[in-house]
Design a protein. Sequence first.
Lengths: 299, 333
Amino acid sequence: MTTLADPLAPQLVTTPEGLVLRFTTATASERIAAFALDALLLTLLLAAGAILMACLAPALQGAVRPFFALWFFLLRFCWFAWAEIRGGGRTPGKRRFHLRVIRSDGGPLTAEVLIARNLTREIETFLPVLLVISPDLLFAGHDGIVRIVAVVWVLVLLFFPLTNAQRLRIGDLLAGTRVVVSPPAALARDLAATGKQSGAAKDEPAAAPEFSFPPEQLRIYGEHELSVLEDVLRKAPADGKDPTLAAVAKSICRRIGIADPSAALAKPLPFLRAFYAAQRGHLEQGLLLGKRRRDKHAR
Amino acid sequence: MSARDDALWSVQFRREREQSWRHLESLIGKSEKFGRRGLAYQELAKLPVLYRAALSSLAVARSSVLDQNLREYLESLVARAYLVVYAPQRTFFEVLRGFLLGGFAAAVRSIRWQVAASAGAMLLGAVIAYGMVVADAENFYLFVDSNMASGRDPSATTESLRATLFADPDELDGLLPFATMLFTHNSAVSILAYGLGFVFGLPVLLLLLQNGMILGAMTALFHQRGLAVEWWSWILPHGVPELTAIALCGGAGLAIGHRLVFPGQRGRLQGLAEVGRRMGAVVGGAVLMLLLAGFVEGVFRQVVHDLWARYALAGLFAFAWFAYFRWAGRRES
């Protein structure tokens, strides 16, 4: 059994081209948020239907109630499946939170898959909701032990997703689907690029010769430290006036053994940029030759 | 290209390919927003080419580029592109057509024994209730609650019982609500039967037994008053599609429970997904059958009082469903 603190297991899908793609599993809170939004929309649709029927009541005569019952039925049992089929595995709520349904084997998301995963919503969400809103309807004519069993049973279904590492609902199990989160990632500028592409074009051509690093200074750090440095640089303000930068520059100077760190400490941002580019070039060179250095502890 | 020779290898790599990634990104954005129809013909033709190019960029980037942001971008881009490129191609109506012309029947044929078992459970319930009500009319109340019976119980006179079988033509206003109520109720029960399959199928059997018992108790009541022929003419026209649909959903629930208990060689998770998808199709078809049953029940049965016409329709349904499940979609599979 997993706990809430465990990281969620990602879903790996092998494309027909043979590359393994890694989909991040959506967390329970993301899914609850998406569901809440969908439920809100559903309620609004229900209300809109009711208002429409009320306006048309004179024309429909006795047929208002059946039409409304049919509308309620469609929303309750068909809306989620319809919305997911239409949106390629994304209801409006899922869309808002960048969630989507995929098949665990990566195959095409056909209508039957989406219908199968949505048929169980009745016992997973509508029953618990009914339990809260009007328990009498659920327990009609029963008492005592039956009620307790029913409550336990409903709670088990409700919290089932929290008991597995991929937050699978029963519907996900039955249809073989996963809900993954795929926010669109933006391509930021290349920190190692020089010239027009970079933002600080003015002082950088001058900066390149200013700092140079002999190979023995580049053998200290590995890929992990490089990605941490990338994070620092991407978050740094453009004017370079950030105490973090100075602190990072200082510790790098000490670690790689720069005898006189005063030039680096005077201009921490250009120094770190130059070091990043040099370090990345060094490590990538190694990768091309089949040598990988994961972090500074690697031998 | 006037690329500086001293630029990093990975910087050149990105510079040469960035345009094609951006192009792919814009096509995917459009497709995610508007569907495939959002793409022009030329764009559609380019999509797989750009996708494969991005895929190979990702493979290279994973092995030899250390720009974290670039790698994350490509991972996300390729994942999104993959889902667009390998999305199902068929339209909704093509899917529906294939389903009605054979997919449904084939899915039902694949669980014929489970359907037989679920029909058996219903029959067993009916027989038990019938026997008990015949033995003592008071037992009727064990099986049918007063709300559902709405006056059709042992205390009613034979005449009033007969009246429930032949609706007053003056009261036709109430037909549509009645039909809708029956349809939504039965569909809800059927979908419940599918969902309950997940608990090893046991609640499904209970649900089916209970449903059968209501039928059996009612049958006993009407038989004892000498209304057998009228009763069956009332129940069969809609009962044939309706009881079949409930048996199908029960069978679907049992099939899921069966696979859960005996997962077979491929493991529970995969086996469950495989059977679950197939059973989803069965339940979808059954809901369509219930729609038909609801119509017959709420309108036809109330308007048509001729016994022979009622039996003829029931017979026609029985034959049509049998033929459909027996033969439809055989050639394809």
